[in-house]
Write a protein that binds this ligand. Structure first.
Ligand SMILES: Cc1ncc(COP(=O)(O)O)c(C=O)c1O
Length: 407
């Protein structure tokens, strides 16, 4: 038997033992762990019966669709723009993205298309699929999406009305866009057809795994210089800062654009949850406090990322089996297998009780043309569960690769 055949038999025996172990482990979604959520329990009761703002607003009552001034200010600091450009929504920035696109549909007309840097965030793609917006993929580079390709595409096709960006610690690759990329984005609406919007989903704006973290150049500052601020739609939320299911979200855009969106929203909501907004500003206060709070998250999740990277390196390093990212922030590690193997690996792992995000989810229409990309989300499981899950995962990756090579 060759060395490779021996290794294949060894891995198969190991895999069969996992099958018998009746594991139930989940690496699918980028959710904060219970310990991370516990960091923000102080939110409960923080108002101590005081509901009045300095300007006399009672946050328990109706109104204030753009949010309380204190929360708009906090959002503007996270997104690096001005409070007048920033509104505060409910517990989901995804919902703001959805409704913003909904409000642009009439202006865009039939046949709107979006650019999707890949791999990317599946729920962005789900919004496009829901509205029948055709998705066109764009390759990523280490500096962000390939701007030359993007500029060529938007110049050639005025029906391209938007692009999805996760500019800091991108989901799933962990890339942060370079200053040159941000500057090129600020000029992009001038090259595109009417109504073009950049969806700048800064979901991981303050989610550093290293100290200091990456610096993202301010898109709004550059857009104001280029006069394209109304084509910029920036988003963030406290979902992975405080409570994932009960945080607050932010949307920032040029003031004209914000007026149009406010009008659209006012036909469906009188105001978002201002009590929760006040709780959040009392708890998070300002960027110094936000950074100090995020350092506590880092202490909890960095060991998990380190462990995953360690397992990958120990089991797969130097074997020409897979490549993976070592993110400096965010919630994911992105792994590429040999072409054609990702779906099979996810299936092998699932049969052994380890759930992974479906292969292909990081591409529009769920179709990864090379069938290589797998997203690993290390934050939710405990360190010991994660360790078990990774043992199974690396076995599946190597076994599937050898099975493909040896038949
Ligand atoms: C890039 C990105 N945007 C948005 C979200 C969801 O944000 P929210 O909870 O504010 O809707 C996520 C969650 O995983 C994400 O990764």
């Amino acid at each position: 038997m060759s060395n490779a055949n021996e290794r294949q038999a060894e891995l198969q025996a190991q895999y069969d033992r996992y099958l018998e172990a009746d594991l139930k482990l989940d690496l699918t979604r980028g959710k904060p762990s219970t310990e991370q959520l516990d960091l923000s329990n102080e939110l409960d009761g923080i108002l101590g019966g005081f509901y009045m703002l300095q300007d006399g607003t009672d946050v328990r009552n109706y109104g204030g669709i753009l949010g309380i001034p204190e929360a708009r200010k906090l959002g503007s600091e996270i997104l690096e723009c001005r409070p007048e450009q920033t509104m505060v929504g409910g517990n989901s920035s995804l919902n703001l993205m959805y409704t913003f696109i909904d409000h642009k549909l009439t202006e865009w007309g039939e046949g709107a298309k979006f650019l999707c840097p890949v791999p990317g965030y599946d729920r962005h793609f789900a919004i496009c699929a829901h509205f029948d917006i055709e998705m066109l993929t764009v390759p990523m580079t280490d500096d962000g999406p390939d701007m030359a390709v993007i500029e060529e595409m938007v110049t050639a096709d005025p029906n391209i009305k938007g692009i999805w960006c996760v500019p800091k610690y991108s989901n799933p690759t962990g890339h942060t866009y370079s200053k040159e990329t941000v500057q090129a984005f600020a000029g992009l609406p001038r090259k595109a057809g009417p109504g073009f919007c950049i969806f700048w989903d800064n979901a991981y704006a303050v989610h550093d795994l290293e100290e200091p973290g990456d610096t993202l150049h301010s898109l709004m500052t550059e857009a104001e210089k280029a006069g394209t601020q109304d084509s910029v739609v920036m988003l963030a939320s406290t979902s992975k800062v405080t409570f994932a299911g009960a945080g607050i979200s932010f949307l920032a855009t040029g003031e004209n654009s914000l007026k149009g969106y406010e009008k659209f929203l006012s036909s469906q909501v009188i105001g978002f949850d201002k009590v929760n907004q006040l709780r959040h500003v009392r708890f998070l206060e300002d960027m110094d406090k936000v950074r100090a709070h995020m350092a506590k998250h880092r202490d909890l999740i960095k060991p998990k990322f380190d462990m995953v990277l360690n397992k990958l390196e120990t089991a797969l390093g130097g074997k020409d089996i897979a490549t993976w990212t070592s993110p400096r922030g965010g919630y994911f590690i992105s792994l590429d297998t040999k072409p054609g193997l990702a779906t099979g690996i996810v299936e092998l792992a699932a049969n052994a009780g380890v759930k992974l995000t479906p292969a292909g989810a990081t591409f529009p229409y769920g179709k990864d043309p090379e069938n290589t990309n797998i997203r690993i989300a290390p934050t939710y499981p405990s360190l010991s569960e994660l360790e078990k899950a990774m043992d199974v995962f690396v076995t599946c990756v190597e076994l599937a690769t050898l099975n493909a090579e040896l038949g």
